[in-house]
Write a protein that binds this ligand. Sequence first.
Ligand code: ARG
Length: 467
Amino acid sequence: MKKNSPVSRSGRFARDPGADAARFTESISFDQRLWQHDILGSLAHAAMLHKIGVLSKAEAGAITRGLDAIAREIKAGRFKWKPELEDVHMNIEAELTRRVPAGAKLHTARSRNDQVALDVRLWLRDEIILLLGEIADLQRALVSLGGKNADVLIPGYTHLQRAQPVYLAHHLLAYVEMLERDCERLWDCHSRVNVCPLGSGALAGSTLPLDRALVAKMLNFVDATGQVQLTQNSMDAVSDRDFAVEFCAAGALLAVHLSRLAEDLILWTSAEFNFIRIADAYTTGSSLMPQKKNPDIAELARGKSGRVIGNLVALLTLLKGLPMTYNRDLQEDKEPLFDTADTVRATTRLMAAMLQNITINRTACAVAANDPALLATDLADYLVRKGVPFRQAHHTVGAVVALTEALDKPLNLLTLKELRSVDKKFGSDAVDVFDLQRAMAKRNLTGAPGTTEVAKQLARWRKLLQA
Ligand code: ARG
């Protein structure tokens, strides 16, 4: 055996793995980012091994100091990762044992199978908290943009056709709601990530009297009521990646939300809409057309969602055929998981930054929102107030709209006579329907885009987000 061959091959194997096999099987190139959590787990495991008498005080102290020194070196970029040692777990353990003889006792009653499950859970737990912070920042950016332009009206669209007027803030707050559901899903996912698998061994626990609860407490695997959270089946614990799937699913939906927001912003920057302007720092130019200013950040936010959705599918596909318990296939969980975490976090952050650098073209918004056709439904409601059944009112206003087309006149400029040529129920007050401010004041149901309701929702979100 060569000096550098992994401990997992010691004794049983006469030869080192072939170079190509080692290259194919290594995970250090991507799992080294788990180093901090791997060391945290080892420190807790060592402290527990001391408590149950497997490590003497001196041995536990030596291991702790050794791990701390290694942590400092990794942080400073001075640690030499060895691909031939396969993964982050073996790299750290081998280096520790080289420095501290007691390091050879650290893996007592522990397998890389429960170790890697632990490391990924610890890492993901932190990652979720960081992502939640980014999402809250994005929500604040949306609330702030809506709040600064609280009086701006735009058309609301269905089928990408102008439908009814809404406050810009109402449109933006729709995304705040979507993002809030993303946060709820991530918190829910967090509760299942936050369960300690250590002590499950390779698949069947250990014959040694481990104190699993102590390790879990040291690593803060406790729920909101302070209850220690331990996995309850050793076989499930080493083969379960549901928590990673859940995170990737929540991430995929978040990415889809970001993509939809991006799409709205892209439309709004086009000359056809012209509702917003994105500051130069968040747009790019064309290499050929000198006049162009492109919303590439939003386009990439939209584009990256494809990869994030792919990561979820990759993970589900990875798991679907696996027999119990740990199979090396599971090493393939990391790249999609890491990529989802990195991508959604970066995208969320960039979208927030971009929103902080958007100005609203109030004139273009006002011109679009003042399209009187947006109030055709209000005209039908006018007839409903006069006792006309809605279906009939809908038909009547349809005929009125057809008349505007025939006369080439906007809806609000029809004379009373013209209106009454379609239906005698129209009175002199019918034109009041086209007073946009009044129309917005009327939309005051909970969740509606009316003036007081949107102000209320803005205030609610400002309070919730401490914005
Ligand atoms: N690098 C492995 C992974 O990421 C660690 C666990 C290896 N366990 C094993 N029995 N080979 O899944």
